[in-house]
Design a protein around this ligand. Structure first.
Ligand SMILES: C[C@H](CCC(=O)NCC(=O)O)[C@H]1CC[C@H]2[C@@H]3[C@H](O)C[C@@H]4C[C@H](O)CC[C@]4(C)[C@H]3CC[C@]12C
Length: 325
């Protein structure tokens, strides 16, 4: 499972938790403006916006899991099994395979509105990256530095582009169903509950935090959607980058999957491999991992963004302690 959010305390932070039982060997990858992006059914993109994110580099191609570009547009792919559908190539459409989708959008769009326009022509096609790396069934959250976001789902009945007023995405079911389910939690509150139960009864309020007593705690996709939305909308907003980045990771870590809780096959557990976020206003990328909660930072502006060569940083995964004595 995965969770993706846009959090807008002052600047805008976009990213995700990647939850899975195996690691693909992904890295932090900065793709500069003149790297030649090849597409299977569309012409090469020789010049484009620079982008930073997490990708698996295969055959010198950055297979992005999530990324943000220098204009402040971010995009993440999350698992969407059973519902996802890829189509046959169609003349007159922009035929893009899911593995090409992030570069296609982030390479040429600066805002969610521009992305929406581009999506009018798109046909997500059934082309595998390779025999070994087949299509993965994904849906996507796209967000920009105005705080706006959309969800893109390619279902059997075609491509759906939904405005996403919550700025969060997890996994199944389809996005409109997640929104409907959120209604069930409208009475959650960070404050102590008021007695709307009956005037004939007195409630003592035995514990602090009773307003969030019914906040779902499960690892499943609906529970994480409600939890991350509640935690995000009630998170404090600060003036400094440090405090806002720290808060952003508190929100993502509140839906983190600890090892041992989500058994996907006998003895195999999904867990939060990494959490990441880009400040869409500045192009600075941050991440933590399951074992390294100290925030690592990559500023793409420190690189030559006019280059034609990717820059790759291995994930900093080591557990360390600040030793006091
Ligand atoms: C499985 C995860 C999504 C995490 C998630 O939602 N997890 C589990 C769950 O719900 O079951 C997705 C997100 C991005 C995906 C990768 C990217 O799309 C890039 C690449 C695309 C190739 O077609 C397949 C491999 C490869 C490398 C994909 C493997 C599956 C990934 C890593």
């Amino acid at each position: 499972m995965c969770t993706s959010i846009i959090f807008s305390p002052k600047d805008h932070y976009f990213g995700r938790n990647l939850d899975l039982e195996v690691s693909f060997g992904q890295q932090v990858v900065v793709t500069p403006r003149n790297y030649n992006f090849k597409f299977r059914k569309m012409p090469d993109m020789k010049k484009h916006f620079a982008m930073v994110g997490i990708a698996l580099v295969a055959d010198e191609y950055p297979l992005y899991f999530d990324a943000a570009n220098e204009k402040g547009l971010g995009m993440a792919g999350l698992n969407y099994p059973d519902n996802f559908h890829a189509f046959e190539v169609e003349d007159g459409k922009d035929n893009i395979s899911p593995f090409e989708f992030i570069p296609w959008v982030l390479g040429q769009c600066a805002t969610v509105d521009e992305a929406k326009k581009l999506l009018e022509k798109i046909n997500l096609v059934n082309i595998n990256f390779s025999e070994k790396m087949q299509l993965s069934p994904l849906h996507w959250l796209i967000a920009d530095k105005t705080g706006k976001s959309i969800t893109v789902e390619s279902d059997i009945d075609g491509l759906h582009v939904y405005d996403n007023p919550i700025g969060c995405l997890t996994n199944n079911p389809q996005f409109p169903k997640q929104l409907t389910n959120l209604d069930n939690y409208a009475n959650l509150s960070p404050a102590m509950p008021e007695n709307t139960f009956s005037k004939e009864i007195n409630f003592n309020g035995y514990s602090r935090g009773l307003g969030s007593h019914n906040l779902p705690g499960g690892m499943d996709s609906e529970s994480r959607f409600v939890r991350v939305a509640f935690n995000k909308f009630n998170a404090p907003k600060f003036d400094t980058e440090e405090e806002n980045v720290d808060t952003y990771f508190h929100i993502l870590h509140s839906v983190e999957q600890q090892k041992g809780l989500d058994e996907v096959a006998p003895g195999q557990f999904e867990y939060t491999i990494y959490s990441d976020g880009t400040n869409l206003d500045t192009g600075v990328f941050y991440y933590t991992t399951y074992t390294n909660k100290r925030i690592t930072k990559v500023d793409m502006n420190k690189l030559d963004l006019d280059s034609d060569q990717m820059t790759v940083y291995p994930i900093n995964d080591k557990i360390t302690f600040d030793e006091e004595n």
